[in-house]
Design a protein around this ligand. Structure first.
Ligand code: DLL
Length: 435
């Protein structure tokens, strides 16, 4: 279902006209109110007035995560604190958190976008949303919460954790929509099984999963195990939180970017040059309507691809492909570029492996080493349990990874449920070379 017919299905010229008007207004605003942007514009010799067409966006400077750190905590806010009604923050792996603010109108915009996201997944008034994204500084919980309420659905603000109790609530309240990270959905499935609850007998029809990388194979795994449609939702705190783009349940084929609020670009992460539609590169977003924390050409480090063919759901918005990795997540192992998602695709193509794994990268002498720790899924009929079989399985996986990536690794098979589960974002790479 399309929540906002007026903006989600506009002809290209109409959406571009809206974007240009909003971009000009944004350039004026940040130049006048954010010292960082005044300086960055002046250094490039560009004035807000130079924006005459959407192509002129390329005259404007990029914003990097480091710029936000340098202006910690509120230096990038474009509005006085008395207009800020909400603060969120995301904790990166290093240093201080990234702090973002919202005016009342920003919260309203975000709620609308989350209502669009949930509607695209097929949620209606009358649905019950089991919202297991974390509530707090993380944008997931409250983002989905406000969206569900805006749509008129009933929301259970269960947040992450206390998994056994969540199963009880699922049985008793009969939620129809599950919102959490993809890894947590699989953990919920396991815990339900242990409690003797058949997940497929619950009332869920759809799950809206995001906040961490996942693959088509994981989608299939989730859909088969949990018995629901699994759709992807993308966003980041800096841009607004979840609700920057969302998949529709009709096509499940790429995420519709809410272009009336965000202009997407794909650039070459090395050179910063824009890339054409269809090419893989780093996603960059400009926020068109945000008041408290507007950003120009924010470099996300997320790798994806943009395409503009209209979708069968009727939306005309540009779509982005599933996130393929991060430009700063890329592991370089003995000189070979390796994305964790590539290894995941090898693991997930097998039936005897559970979707729980950790990559451990280390250095012995001058040599990088890669160890892949993965859970064996013991299915009685297919598995004799003999040590020989396990060794063969490990060797097969090592060979598949070597064939795909050209990198040799050591596979360590571990017992089911020994790899730590996460209630939020799963940590799947441990790079010991950095410590
Ligand atoms: O993760 C916002 C969010 C909440 C999105 C709930 C979806 C659902 P941050 O904590 O700031 O915000 O983390 C943003 O998470 O740059 C991506 O690297 C990653 N990410 C988010 N959604 C996806 C996704 C939230 N669908 C960072 N696929 C982003 C892959 C994702 N990675």
């Amino acid at each position: 279902m399309i929540y906002d017919e007026e903006f989600e299905a506009l002809p290209r010229e109409a959406i571009e006209a809206i974007q240009l008007k909003r971009l000009r207004d944004l350039a004026e605003r940040v130049y006048a109110t954010v010292p960082f942007y005044k300086k960055a514009f002046d250094e490039r010799g560009v004035k807000p007035d130079d924006i005459k067409s959407l192509e002129d966006l390329q005259k404007l400077p990029f914003t990097m995560k480091q710029d936000l750190r340098d202006n910690y905590p509120f230096g990038m806010f474009a509005t006085p604190m008395e207009n800020v009604v909400r603060i969120h923050a995301s904790s990166g792996t290093t240093g201080k958190p990234t702090v973002v603010g919202y005016t009342r109108r920003d919260i309203n915009t975000w709620s609308e976008l989350m209502a669009r996201t949930l509607a695209a997944a097929g949620t209606h008034r009358g649905d019950i949303v089991h919202n297991a994204y974390g509530y707090g500084l993380f944008t997931g919980g409250l983002g989905f919460h406000y969206g569900a309420e805006r749509l008129g659905a009933s929301v259970i603000p269960v947040s992450g954790g206390n998994t056994k109790r969540q199963i009880l609530l699922m049985k008793d309240f009969g939620p129809t929509v599950l919102t959490c990270t993809p890894s947590y959905s699989l953990h919920l499935f396991d815990v339900a099984g242990e409690a003797g609850v058949d997940f497929r007998s619950l009332k869920f029809k759809v799950g809206v999963f995001g906040a961490e990388p996942w693959t088509e194979n994981i989608r299939n795994e989730i859909e088969n195990k949990l018995g629901l449609d699994a759709v992807d939702v993308y966003g980041l705190s800096e841009i607004i939180g979840p609700g920057v783009s969302a998949e529709c349940v009709e096509a499940k084929n790429g995420l519709h970017i809410f272009e009336d609020h965000f202009i997407p670009e794909i650039i070459d992460p090395q050179t910063g040059e824009p890339l054409p539609y269809g090419e893989v590169g780093e996603l960059v977003f400009t926020t068109l309507t945000k008041q408290a924390f507007p950003l120009i050409r924010y470099r996300t480090r997320d790798l994806s691809v943009l395409y503009r063919e209209p979708c069968k759901c009727g939306r005309t918005l540009v779509r982005m492909g599933r996130i393929m990795g991060r430009s700063d997540d890329m592991l370089i192992i003995r000189g070979v570029n390796v994305f964790p998602s590539q290894i995941e695709s090898v693991l997930m193509s097998r039936k005897d492996i559970a979707p729980h794994y950790v990559l451990i990268v280390d250095r012995k002498g001058h040599m990088d080493t890669l160890e892949v720790e993965v859970e064996v899924e013991i299915k009685e009929e297919a598995f004799s349990g003999a040590v020989k079989d396990l060794q063969n399985m490990g060797r097969d996986i090592e060979k598949d990874i070597k064939d795909l990536l050209g990198v040799s690794c050591k596979v360590r098979l571990v017992e089911p449920k020994t790899i730590q589960r996460s209630e939020g974002k799963a940590q799947r790479v441990i790079d010991k070379r950095k410590t």
